[in-house]
Design a protein around this ligand. Structure first.
Ligand SMILES: [Zn+2]
Length: 52
């Protein structure tokens, strides 16, 4: 688990690959409505998924 300086971490929805950046993963994905689909990812993986 990677904790950023502001206490937020990256989460990725394993259904739609949506990246969410907050202190805790959303219970329901705002993009695809999947429940408990968010997994913690580190910054480098988040950048790869987002194509940065
Ligand atoms: Zn999703």
């Amino acid at each position: 688990m990677v904790v950023e300086l502001d206490g937020k971490i990256f989460f990725r929805c394993n259904v739609c690959n949506d990246i969410h950046y907050s202190a805790a993963g959303p219970e329901v994905c705002p993009t695809c409505r999947a429940k408990n689909a968010y997994v913690e990812v580190d910054v480098s993986e988040a950048r790869i998924v987002e194509g940065l």
